[in-house]
Design a protein around this ligand. Structure first.
Ligand code: PDD
Length: 279
C-alpha cells in the first residue's frame, strides 16, 4: 500500500500523524472509501462530491479541490501499482492542543491511501449472509460520513457475536429500518424493490444509487420509501450494498430465513449487472 499525507507519498510505516490530531481525539473529521477496479476508481466523482457535502456539514474547508484529489488518487494508484484497490480518504479538522473549541486557522489533515481490496469471500455471496437487527442509537445526522463510528463498530461486533455478517439499524419507536452498520439495505416486497428513502437517518450510499439506477434501467419497480422490520422479515429477497461488499444477498434476518433461505434471482440479476458496470 501507499499513503499520501501532507503533500508526500509515503509507506505506511513512515506516514505519521500527531497524537493531537482532532480526528484521533474527537473523531472530528470525515472519510470516504472508494473501490478501484483494474486500477480505475469506481464512482470517484460521486465519492468526492459526498466528501464535499460532509465537509460543509461539519464546517470544514477542504484544502484540495476535486481535481487535486483526483490527481492524488491517480498518483497513488500509479505509484503503488495496485489494480484491485481500496482507496481510503480521511480529512480531519487538524492538529491543536486539546480543546473542544477549534482554533481559528487550524489546518485540516488529509490522509489518502490505497491498499489491496479485501472483498468478502465469494462463497458468502453464493450462500448469502445472516444479519441481525439492532436499535439505532446513532446521532441524528447519519447522512454525514463522519469518523465517529463507535455505534457502528459496536453494532458490527454484536453481529459477529451472533454469527451474523451485518447489523441493521432500525428506529425503536416506528420500527422502521434505516441501514446497516456499514451498508444500505434493500428488500424485494410484493415484487417491488424497496430501500429506505434518503434523509438524516441514513448515508446516501454510492452503491445504493448505482443499484437503484440499474434496477430502474432493468424495468424493476423501485420505491425509495419507508421499510419496516416486518417488511424485512416477510420480504421475498433482501440484500445489502456498499463499496466494499458491492451487493450481498441476505438469507436470514435475526433468526428468520428470508423466503426459502437462498439468495434470490433479483439480487443475482442486480449483482451481475453491477459486475458488468465495474468490469
Ligand atoms: N461504509 N451506510 C453506512 C453507515 C456506511 O458506512 C456505508 C459505507 C454505506 C454504504 O455506502 P457506499 O455504498 O457509498 O459505500 C452505508 C464504508 C464502505 C466503510 O465505512 O467502510
Amino acid at each position: 500500500g501507499l499513503v499520501f499525507l501532507d503533500g508526500e507519498y509515503l509507506d505506511f510505516a513512515q506516514a505519521k500523524v500527531s497524537v493531537e490530531d482532532r480526528g484521533y481525539q474527537f473523531g472530528d473529521g470525515i472519510y470516504e472509501v472508494v473501490r478501484c477496479y483494474r486500477g480505475i476508481p469506481f464512482q470517484l466523482g460521486a465519492h468526492l462530491e459526498r466528501l464535499e457535502k460532509s465537509a460543509r456539514a461539519i464546517e470544514l474547508d477542504l484544502p484540495y479541490s476535486r481535481e487535486e484529489m483526483e490527481e492524488i488518487t491517480s498518483e497513488l494508484l500509479a505509484r503503488s501499482g495496485i489494480q484491485e484497490a481500496q482507496l481510503y480518504i480521511q480529512v480531519t479538522r487538524g492538529t491543536a492542543p486539546r480543546s473542544h473549541f477549534w482554533p481559528e486557522g487550524i489546518k485540516p489533515v488529509v490522509v489518502m491511501y490505497v491498499r489491496e481490496a479485501a472483498p468478502p469471500e465469494e462463497g458468502l455471496r453464493r450462500s448469502g449472509v445472516k444479519v441481525i437487527t439492532v436499535v439505532d442509537d446513532r446521532w441524528k445526522r447519519c447522512n454525514v460520513k463522519s469518523l465517529n463510528l463507535l455505534p457502528n463498530v459496536l453494532a458490527k461486533n454484536r453481529a459477529r457475536q451472533a454469527g451474523a455478517f451485518e447489523a441493521v439499524f432500525y428506529e425503536e419507536e416506528s420500527r422502521l429500518v434505516n441501514e446497516g452498520s456499514s451498508s444500505n439495505v434493500f428488500a424485494l416486497v410484493a415484487d417491488t424493490l424497496v430501500t429506505p428513502d434518503l434523509g438524516h437517518n441514513i448515508l446516501p450510499g454510492i452503491t445504493r444509487k448505482v443499484v437503484l439506477d440499474i434496477a430502474r434501467q432493468k424495468g424493476l419497480p423501485v420505491k425509495e420509501d419507508r421499510l419496516s422490520l416486518d417488511d424485512l422479515y416477510r420480504a421475498q429477497e433482501v440484500f445489502i450494498t456498499s463499496t466494499v461488499v458491492e451487493i450481498m444477498p441476505v438469507v436470514m434476518v435475526d433468526e428468520l430465513p428470508v423466503a426459502d433461505g437462498k439468495p434470490g434471482p433479483v439480487t443475482r440479476m442486480l449483482y451481475e449487472a453491477y459486475r458488468e458496470e465495474v468490469e
